[in-house]
Design a protein around this ligand. Structure first.
Ligand code: ARG
Length: 460
C-alpha cells in the first residue's frame, strides 16, 4: 500500500472499513476543476512571494494542466486510498512531476483548500441556477403572452374568490422566482470571499499574499478571520435555503397544474410530450413531471435540514463532519436544475381550455366584491355594502342564479340604492374592468406588468 500523504507519524495504515467510511473521493471528485484553479492560483502566489522557484511553479502549472486533461478525458485514476479530491490531485501531480509537486501544499491545508473549492463550485452553481430561473421566467411570460384576455377564477382557500386575468396569475410566479434569483445573488455576494491562506485554522508565518490568490480566483477579498474561513458553512446554508424556497415555489405551481389538469377542473391540457401513461389503465394521461416537481421539493428541503443539523453542534474550527456538507449540496443543485428545466418545458407545453374555463366562470359569485365596491361608490359604508351584497348572494343561492341575473326590482328589495348602472359592475368581464389599483388584475395594470417582464427578460 502507498503511504498516506499525512503518514509520517503513523506506524500502521487504516483498516479497509475506515478507509471506505472516511473517503470522499467518490463524490468530491466533481470539485476537481475548482481544486485545480485554486492550486494554480496558490502556486503562482508562492512563486511571486519567493516561496517556490518560478521553474517549480511552471512544472506545477503544466502538471496540473495535464491532470485536468486526463480527468476530462476520463483517463484519470481516482483512488480511494488517496481519500479525497485534494490528495488525489496532489499525489497524481507528484507521480507526474516529482519534487516540485511536494512544494504545492506550502502554507495551505485541506481545510482552507476545501472551503475555497466549495465556494468556487457554489458560485458557479448559483450562476447556473439563476440562468435557469430566467429561462423559466421566459417560458411563463411567453405562456402569458399567448393567453391575452383570458379570465380565470382567482381562489382563496381554494374557493372561488374574484375573477383574475390568467396573465396576472402566471406573472405572480414570475415575481416569486425573481425574488428567488435575488436571494441566490445575495448569497453569491456574501460567499465570494476567499478562505485560501487560512491554512489549517490559524494562518501561517510564511510570507504569503492572500490578496493575490483572492484576486486571481475572482473573490472580492480574502476572509478576515482564518478560523471563520475554515469552519464557516453558512454560505452553503444560504444556497440550500434559497434552493428550498425555489423548490417550494415550483412545488406549489406543480400542485396547481396537477389540479388544473384534472377532469374536475379541466382548465389545462398538457401535451403528450410532457405526460405519461398508466401500465394498467389504458385511458390514463398523467401530469407526472409536475407531480415529481412537487415530490422532489421534499429532497431539496431535506438537503437544507441535513446541513443545519450537521453544523449545529460543531465547535470551531474545522471538523471532519464538514465533509458531509457536499452531497446534500450536489443533490440540491442537481434537483433544482431539473425542476426548473421540467417546469419550463411544462409551461411550453400546456394549453388553457378557454371554453371550459369560460363555462365555469359564472359560478361562484366572483363579482360579489366588485358589487360591494359599487355600493361604496354610491356612498354606502363598506361594512354595510358587504352586508347588502351578502344578502343579494343569499337570494341568488335561494334562486340558484348569478348576481347579474337578479332584476333591478329584486336588487331594490334588498336596498333601494341599486340603480341601472349596477349592471356595469356585474359579470366577470365587467368586474375585471373595474380593477384599477396599482398591481391589480385590471387589464391596463396587467398589460403594464407584462411589458415590464418582456423588456426585463429581453423577450421579442
Ligand atoms: N475531504 C475533506 C472535506 O471534505 C477535506 C478536508 C480534510 N481535512 C482534514 N483535516 N482531514 O472536508
Amino acid at each position: 500500500k502507498e503511504a498516506k500523504l499525512w503518514g509520517g507519524r503513523f506506524e500502521e495504515g487504516v483498516t479497509d472499513a475506515v478507509e471506505r467510511f472516511t473517503e470522499s473521493i467518490s463524490f468530491d471528485k466533481v470539485l476537481y476543476k475548482h481544486d485545480i484553479m485554486g492550486s494554480r492560483a496558490h502556486a503562482s502566489m508562492l512563486a511571486k512571494q519567493g516561496l517556490i522557484s518560478f521553474s517549480d511553479r511552471d512544472s506545477i502549472l503544466e502538471g496540473l494542466d495535464q491532470i485536468q486533461e486526463r480527468i476530462e478525458r476520463g483517463e484519470f485514476e481516482w483512488r480511494t486510498d488517496r481519500e479525497d479530491v485534494h490528495m488525489n490531485i496532489e499525489a497524481a501531480l507528484t507521480d507526474l512531476i516529482g519534487e516540485p509537486a511536494k512544494k504545492l501544499h506550502t502554507a495551505r491545508s485541506r481545510n482552507d483548500q476545501v472551503s475555497t473549492d466549495f465556494r468556487l463550485w457554489c458560485r458557479d452553481a448559483i450562476d447556473m441556477i439563476v440562468a435557469r430561473i430566467k429561462h423559466f421566467q421566459i417560458a411563463m411570460v411567453k405562456l402569458a403572452k399567448t393567453n391575452e384576455g383570458v379570465i380565470v377564477p382567482g381562489y382563496t382557500h381554494l374557493q372561488r374568490a374574484q375573477p383574475v386575468l390568467l396573465q396576472h396569475h402566471l406573472l405572480a410566479y414570475v415575481e416569486q422566482l425573481d425574488r428567488d434569483a435575488g436571494r441566490l445573488l445575495d448569497c453569491r455576494v456574501r460567499l465570494n470571499f476567499c478562505p485560501l491562506g487560512a491554512c489549517a485554522l490559524a494562518g501561517t508565518g510564511l510570507p504569503i499574499d492572500r490578496f493575490m490568490t483572492s484576486d486571481a480566483l475572482g473573490f472580492t477579498a480574502p476572509m478576515r478571520n482564518s478560523m471563520d474561513a475554515v469552519s464557516d458553512r453558512d454560505f452553503v446554508l444560504e444556497l440550500l435555503s434559497a434552493n428550498a424556497i425555489i423548490a417550494m415555489h415550483l412545488s406549489r405551481l406543480g400542485e396547481e397544474w396537477v389540479l388544473w389538469a384534472s377532469e374536475e377542473f379541466g382548465f389545462i391540457t398538457p401535451s403528450d410530450s410532457v405526460s405519461t401513461g398508466s401500465s394498467i389503465m389504458p385511458q390514463k394521461k398523467n401530469p407526472d413531471p409536475m407531480e415529481l416537481v412537487r415530490g422532489k421539493s421534499a429532497r431539496v428541503l431535506g438537503d437544507l435540514v441535513t446541513l443545519q443539523v450537521l453544523c449545529k453542534g460543531l465547535p470551531l474550527a474545522y471538523n471532519r463532519d464538514l465533509q458531509e456538507d457536499k452531497e446534500p449540496v450536489f443533490d440540491s443543485v442537481k434537483t433544482i436544475m431539473g425542476m426548473l428545466e421540467v417546469s419550463s418545458e411544462f409551461a411550453n407545453n400546456i394549453t388553457y381550455n378557454k371554453d371550459r374555463i369560460n363555462k365555469a366562470l359564472p359560478a361562484g359569485h366572483l363579482d360579489a366584491t366588485t358589487l360591494a365596491d359599487y355600493l361604496v361608490h354610491k356612498g354606502i359604508p363598506f361594512r354595510t355594502s358587504h352586508d347588502i351584497v351578502g344578502r343579494a348572494v343569499a337570494l341568488c343561492v335561494y334562486k340558484k342564479c348569478e348576481l347579474q341575473e337578479l332584476s333591478l326590482d329584486e336588487l331594490r328589495t334588498i336596498n333601494t340604492v341599486f340603480e341601472m348602472d349596477v349592471y356595469e359592475y356585474l359579470g366577470v368581464q365587467n368586474s375585471i374592468n373595474k380593477f384599477t389599483s396599482y398591481g391589480s388584475t385590471g387589464s391596463e395594470c396587467v398589460a403594464a406588468q407584462l411589458d415590464f417582464w418582456i423588456t426585463r427578460l429581453g423577450i421579442d
